[in-house]
Design a protein around this ligand. Structure first.
Ligand SMILES: *Cc1c(COP(=O)(O)O)cnc(C)c1O
Length: 552
């Protein structure tokens, strides 16, 4: 491929690349492995989970990891290369394409600072085409005009750090088609938070566009270091020669596969939605303050301008809140990362926003739990009634949990995969644990709720429920069933369910039911409990903690 040969550093193009034992023979499972000078014994370790055969070298590019990343980025496996964070991917690109003391990269400040650092370390000059000083838009003509024959890579960060705005794919395409011999490296560290398509959707159209993604931000993996290069297979193959021989440690592979499992992705996507809605909420509050300008953001941070950024920075620091001073990039600006609702409220209050207690945050929680027997994901929002979506693999149980959410007046999305082929025990119990924890988390410090709920007759079976969100888990359960099975669902599981729930929710629950038909009796219990729960979690018109002690 002449095009690529002409733009890659000649010595990189020529070199064969280091050939490690595990590159020559990648599938060694089941063989006696005496080819890589490894140690046959495992080291001393007290952590057992997710560690694997760490006395062996990892696969240089684990297949399962590539497959998972290719699937979430919507490209083919041959188009991806995984490294230790996107920072390493950028460094590899510079070493592949730029000849030291001769070549240049181009950046568009204000932008991510690491591009400059990589270039400085590698002996590469940096040319700069600033973004518009009013709206930080890209100067497409300026980028094209200022590119010369030594400009090898143009780094475009979208959404841009620290400004938060995005560049249009049309602009990126125009640059790529005008400069066919320059690598257009699109840094999409924050694209999951943006409402625009990724440049991965155009990599097949332009051989000189490469996209860089990371699990650090949207996938909450900053501490694991996973970055991905997405490019045509020919570029991937050259970059592989420069990347270290074994960049993905075995424990990291296991962590990636778990975090990017279908459940993991569901959780990550829910959290991305939550952070986006928080960003928009915080934006609205901040823009209402006098003397502040907040820049619209497609990322998980907001940049804002004040008259004295130093003073605001120091004031927040004194209140125990660290945000980033960006005055060096844009005068008198600060950048703050969207945190949890509670953290954001603290920042808003510290900046002088009067949060209206009548318009409190929605009380919600997203939780997952995985054991050897079950895997459960639950999303609860106490201030919304829909959606209610339950799927546990146990029909009758789904029906009961739907009653719980509907009559409890809250939104619940719950999916569980359990060993229901053995029996229903683990699934029912673990679902109760997760619901209890999610309710507890959503209720927070229980400010502004009723705390108590009390309900009497339900249907022709007579069910009775009281509930006190007292902070102590207690269950009093009185029920005599004539039929011990409802379909194939053992009635004894109902008590287990409420016991685990009381325990995790830290609530005192009294349940009593009489009647003939077990199905109606159990349904009555769930409905009565749900009604009592609904009363207890409902908001009062004050914002007090409903206890004379001040805490619950
Ligand atoms: C955080 C960040 C990165 C770093 O990603 P890692 O995968 O953690 O190395 C890259 N680019 C930008 C713009 C960032 O803000």
């Amino acid at each position: 491929m002449n095009w690529l040969q002409n733009i890659v550093r000649p010595e990189i193009w020529k070199m064969a690349g280091y050939s490690s034992a595990r590159m020559e023979m990648t599938d060694v499972s089941g063989m006696i492995q005496l080819d890589a000078n490894e140690n046959p014994y495992l080291p001393y370790l007290t952590t057992k989970s997710g560690v694997g055969n760490i006395n062996r070298y990892p696969h240089p590019q684990p297949d399962a990891v590539l497959a998972r990343l290719a699937a979430i980025y919507g490209v083919s496996q041959k188009q991806v290369l995984v490294g230790r964070g996107m920072d390493e991917i950028m460094d590899v690109l510079v070493r592949v394409f730029c000849i030291p003391y001769k070549d240049k990269i181009m950046i568009t400040p204000p932008t991510y600072g690491y591009y400059q650092a990589i270039a400085d370390i590698a002996g590469i000059t940096v040319s700069k085409v600033p973004l518009s000083s009013t709206d930080f838009s890209l100067d497409v003509a300026g980028v094209i005009r200022n590119t010369d024959e030594n400009t090898k890579i143009i780094f475009l960060c979208t959404p841009n750090n620290p400004t938060g705005n995005v560049f249009s794919l049309k602009d990126i395409e125009q640059i790529a088609s005008s400069l066919p011999n320059v690598i257009i490296a699109v840094d999409e560290a924050y694209i999951e938070f943006a409402d625009v398509p990724s440049a991965t959707t155009i990599v097949h159209k332009y051989q000189n566009i490469v996209v860089m993604r990371t699990l650090s931000k949207a996938y909450a993996f900053a501490g694991v270091r996973v970055g991905t290069l997405i490019a045509i297979p020919e570029i991937i193959n050259v970059a592989r020669k420069v990347l270290a021989p074994y960049p993905i440690p075995i424990p990291v592979t296991n962590l990636i596969l778990e975090a990017l499992s279908p459940f993991g992705l569901e959780l990550a996507n829910s959290r991305i939605e939550l952070l986006k809605s928080e960003r928009d909420r915080v934006f609205k509050h901040l823009t209402s303050l006098p003397g502040i300008h907040v820049y619209p953001s497609h990322a998980n941070f907001l940049l804002f301008k004040v008259s004295d950024a130093n003073a605001v920075y120091k004031d927040l620091l004194a209140k125990g809140i660290i945000i980033r001073h960006r005055g060096k990039d844009v005068e008198n600006t600060l950048r703050f990362t969207i945190g949890s609702q509670e953290e954001n409220d603290l920042v808003l209050r510290a900046l002088g926003v009067k949060l209206d207690i009548a318009k409190q945050n929605e009380r919600q929680a997203i939780l997952n739990r995985k054991t050897n027997e079950t895997e459960i994901l639950a999303k609860i929002n106490l201030d919304k009634q829909l959606p209610v979506k339950i799927s546990t693999g146990i029909g009758f149980f789904d029906h009961m949990l739907e009653q719980l959410a509907k009559h409890g007046g809250f939104s619940m999305e719950l999916s569980a995969k359990g060993d229901t082929h053995i029996d229903y025990h683990h699934t029912v119990e673990d679902v109760a644990i997760v619901i209890g924890q999610a309710l507890k988390q959503a209720l927070g410090d229980k400010r502004g709720i009723n705390r108590y709920g009390f309900v009497l007759p339900m249907d022709e079976a007579c069910a009775f429920a009281t509930l006190d969100l007292s902070g102590r888990g207690v269950l009093i359960y009185e029920a005599k069933f004539k039929n011990l099975l409802i379909g194939d669902f053992p009635v004894e599981m109902v008590e287990h369910f409420f016991l685990s729930l009381a325990d995790q929710l830290e609530a005192a629950i009294h349940l009593k039911v009489t009647g003939d038909n077990s199905h109606h009796m159990v349904e009555g219990l769930f409905k009565a409990f749900a009604k009592a729960l609904n009363q207890a979690i409902n908001r009062t018109n004050n914002n007090n903690v409903p206890s004379t002690k001040g805490t619950l």
